[in-house]
Ligand binder design. Structure first.
Ligand code: MG
Length: 395
C-alpha cells in the first residue's frame, strides 16, 4: 500500500471517529428534535447552509454603491432595457436617462419593470429636483409601487409639511413614516424596502403582507401590516393579491430621478411552503419525511460487515425525523449484532471501546428524548445500566 493511500484511510477513520464520538456541537444527537411544527432539530447539521452572498457597498451622496452579488439589477445608470411604459407589451417609456439616473418626464406616465416581482428586498435611490417648486404633495412627488399596487411614497418633504400618511417613506394613505430622515432636495435618498405581499388561499387571507422601509438607513416602516393595495383618499381594503407584478414608479408631474435600483427575491414564507419558521403540521411532516428519506439513503451507503456503527448512527438519525418500520427493524438487528460483539470482548478490549459504548448510550438516550423509543425501552436501559455499572460517567 502506498503511504498516501494509507494516510487517506487513516484520515477517513479518524474523521469518522470524530463525528461518531462528538457528543456536542456537530453531533446529530444534540439539540431538541423536530416536532409537529418544525422540520429541523435545534442546531441541525442537516439544515442547508446559508447562501453565500458577497455584500455590496454603500452609496455616497456623490456615487451609487455596488449591489450585493445575488442582486438582480433593474437600473445601473446606463439604460432602461429592463423597463417599459405602463401600458406594458414592451412599449418604450418616455422617461430618460441622464447623468447616471433615470428621470421622470412629466405627463409621460408611470414606468414599470418588464420583470414581475413578488416578495423582495428592494433597493432604490431617488432625488427630488434641486430647484424647489411647489409645496405639500406637489413637490418632488413620485412613488415606488410594489407589484404596481402598494405605494411607498416618494416626496420632497425636506422642510415641506404635508399630511403624514402621504409623507416620503409612508405606505401611502395607510401609515406615516416613523421619522423624516430626508436629505435636502437634489441629493439622492436611499430606500431599502422589504416587501411581503398578502397571501390568500381560496379567498381566505393567510397573511396580510408587510412592508419594512429604511429611509437613508433610518427605519421608517417597521413590518407595517398591509391592508391590500394603496390608493388616494380611499381607505385600503384587504383582498386577494397576485403572486407577482411589475415594480412601478410614479409620474406625478415632477422630474424625480432614480438610480441604483436592484432587488433580491425573498424565500417563501412557511405559510406558502417554505421550510423555515413555524410550519403547519402537514408541512413539517412532509419535510421531515424528505429529510429522513435522504438519511436512510445515506445510511445504506454506510453498510459495513465488520463495523455496523456508522449505519446504526445513520438509521438512528433518520428515525428522529420520521418513523419507518424497515429502518427501525434494520437498526434493531444491527444494534443487537453490535451489542453481541461488545459482550464477547475481554476486559482490556472492552476498555478500549468505552467511548464508543458511551456514545451509543447517548444516542439511545436521544432516541428516548425524540420519542423514537420509550424511556423504558430495553435498547436504552440495557446500555445505560452497563455504562453505570462500569462507572464510565465518572471523570
Ligand atoms: Mg406619490
Amino acid at each position: 500500500m502506498k503511504s498516501s493511500s494509507a494516510k487517506a484511510i487513516i484520515c477517513t477513520v479518524l474523521s469518522v471517529s470524530a463525528s461518531v464520538y462528538a457528543a456536542n456541537v456537530g453531533s446529530p444527537f444534540y439539540g431538541d428534535p423536530p416536532d409537529d411544527h418544525h422540520a429541523w432539530c435545534i442546531h441541525d447539521r442537516n439544515r442547508p447552509q446559508p447562501t453565500v452572498v458577497t455584500p455590496g457597498t454603500f452609496s455616497t451622496l456623490e456615487q451609487p454603491g455596488k449591489p450585493p452579488s445575488d442582486a438582480i439589477v433593474l437600473f445601473d445608470g446606463t439604460d432602461l432595457s429592463k423597463w417599459e411604459a405602463d401600458e406594458g407589451n414592451g412599449v418604450p417609456t418616455k422617461w430618460i436617462v441622464k447623468d447616471g439616473a433615470m428621470e421622470c418626464v412629466p405627463k409621460s406616465g408611470y414606468i414599470r419593470t418588464k420583470d414581475t416581482l413578488g416578495d423582495v428586498q428592494l433597493h432604490i435611490e431617488w432625488a427630488a429636483p434641486a430647484k424647489v417648486q411647489g409645496d405639500s404633495q406637489g413637490r418632488g412627488n413620485s412613488g415606488v409601487f410594489l407589484m404596481g399596487l402598494v405605494e411607498v411614497q416618494v416626496l420632497d418633504n425636506y422642510n415641506n409639511p404635508t399630511y403624514p400618511d402621504g409623507f416620503a417613506g409612508s405606505v401611502y394613505s395607510v401609515n406615516p413614516p416613523m421619522a423624516n430622515a430626508l436629505q435636502p432636495p437634489g441629493q439622492f435618498q436611499v430606500y431599502d424596502i422589504v416587501f411581503r405581499r398578502p397571501i390568500y388561499k381560496d379567498g381566505k387571507q393567510l397573511d396580510p403582507g408587510y412592508l419594512t422601509v429604511f429611509e437613508n438607513g433610518v427605519l421608517v416602516q417597521d413590518h407595517t401590516m398591509l391592508e391590500g393595495g394603496t390608493g388616494h383618499m380611499g381607505r385600503s381594503k384587504p383582498g386577494p393579491f397576485p403572486d407577482a407584478g411589475p415594480l412601478k414608479l410614479q409620474d406625478h408631474g415632477n422630474p424625480v430621478r432614480f438610480r441604483n435600483v436592484w432587488y433580491r427575491p425573498l424565500p417563501r414564507r412557511a405559510i406558502e411552503g417554505g421550510t423555515d419558521g413555524y410550519l403547519t403540521t402537514e408541512a413539517a411532516t412532509a419535510k421531515r419525511a424528505e429529510i429522513a428519506a435522504k438519511l436512510r439513503q445515506d445510511a445504506e451507503k454506510l453498510k459495513n460487515e465488520s463495523n455496523p456503527v456508522p449505519e446504526i448512527l445513520g438509521l438512528a438519525e433518520s428515525l428522529v425525523y420520521e418513523n419507518n418500520s424497515d429502518a427501525s427493524e434494520r437498526l434493531g438487528q444491527l444494534a443487537a449484532q453490535w451489542w453481541g460483539e461488545i459482550q464477547q470482548l475481554p476486559a482490556d478490549k472492552l476498555a478500549a471501546k468505552k467511548d464508543e459504548i458511551k456514545h451509543m448510550r447517548d444516542v439511545a438516550k436521544y432516541l428516548v428524548r425524540a420519542k423514537v423509543i420509550p424511556e423504558d425501552a430495553e435498547e436504552f436501559t440495557t446500555i445505560n445500566d452497563f455504562v453505570k455499572e462500569h462507572n464510565w460517567d465518572k471523570k
